[in-house]
Design a binder for this molecule. Sequence first.
Ligand SMILES: [Zn+2]
Length: 418
Amino acid sequence: MITASRIKERIELLGSIGESNGNGVTRLALSKEDKEAQALVRSWMEQAGMEVRLDAAGNLVGRKAGLDPDAKPVVIGSHIDSVVNGGKYDGTIGVIGGIEVVQHLLEENIEAIHPIEVMVFCEEEGSRFQSGLFGSRAVIGALAPGDLDLRDKHGISRREALMAFDLNPEEIPDTVTRNRGDVEVYLEMHIEQGPVLDTRGLPVGIVTAIAGPTWTEIEVEGKAGHAGTIPMGMRNDALLGASEIAIAVEEICMEYVGAPIVGTVGRMDVLPGGSNIVPGRVKMSVDLRDVDRARRSEALEKLRVRAQQIAARRGLRVQLSERMTVDPVFCNDEVVNVMVEESEKMNLVCPQMISGAGHDAQLMASIADIGMIFVRCKDGISHNPLEFAEPHDIALGTELLSRVALRYAMKQVTQPSI
Ligand SMILES: [Zn+2]
């Protein structure tokens, strides 16, 4: 039986590690709190009959063998690291839900054909070494050359942090990395981290795609001057131009009525930055996300044109530089269909939706067919001590996860014909 009470109890227990009175959970990857949390999760995995190992990249992997030794594993993953002063549900519900799926098999005496693995990915959030999705990047063989040399704010490198966990990061390519064809299917359950399900009054959603962000740095250059002496009509105020550009980001995204494109200016550095100085220069960031790459590029192009027009009208210079672009990924159609079928059997109305946030699933998509389940979170609040999801909703999501995992884990392996 998948029980909301056991799920709730485990969320509370795990959430108490790294909790500081009223300030939420701070559980950074490969920290003392992470070690304690891993030990707890390991004990749950063992209770569910899994063999557990910590791989060289710091991913905790529980594996329940299947009847067919040649069958590829059904992998259920998420993470237990948190942001600084984060919540108890981000990542953890996917891990606890995955273990619940395997525990359910044990309790119901169901023997699956495929192995089932629950993967707890190392440093999804990037809160310690400022570079997230580390564990899943290691699994798909996409670590950047400097990844192990990154240092935390105490000067400890990621390599040193892994070694302090008795791991040898040099073994990552040989022992952690997997290839396409090594995994039957990858499934992840996560809180939505947005307000869509809560607003619609629905507990569970089926993810069809994960949006890819593109980050652009914009620099607006005007002329700094005395705030008291330059008449209003004779200024080249960089901040006013930058502000118009920020509004243009909103307008451009909203032109695509009904499309999931979102744009955000999250940072503006105003220089020289004095209350009695007309701003001479502004550096600003633009985060543009969509599941449609062409639409995202078109929006960025529109922004480029609008920025030039604004700059010309105000006598400013503007420069846009693309910093990083991540491709959107799509959940596998068949996995989505299986999710829809199983949710209908549960009489659950599940909207199909996109994920605006990145997840380990996004990386795993490069080696496996993926599927994702979203669980409603209160007011869409996440990365915040107030983050909350109802245990009953998480249990419904877990039941859907379990049904979908079993559909794949029970699949007969077709023998190659001789
Ligand atoms: Zn997460």
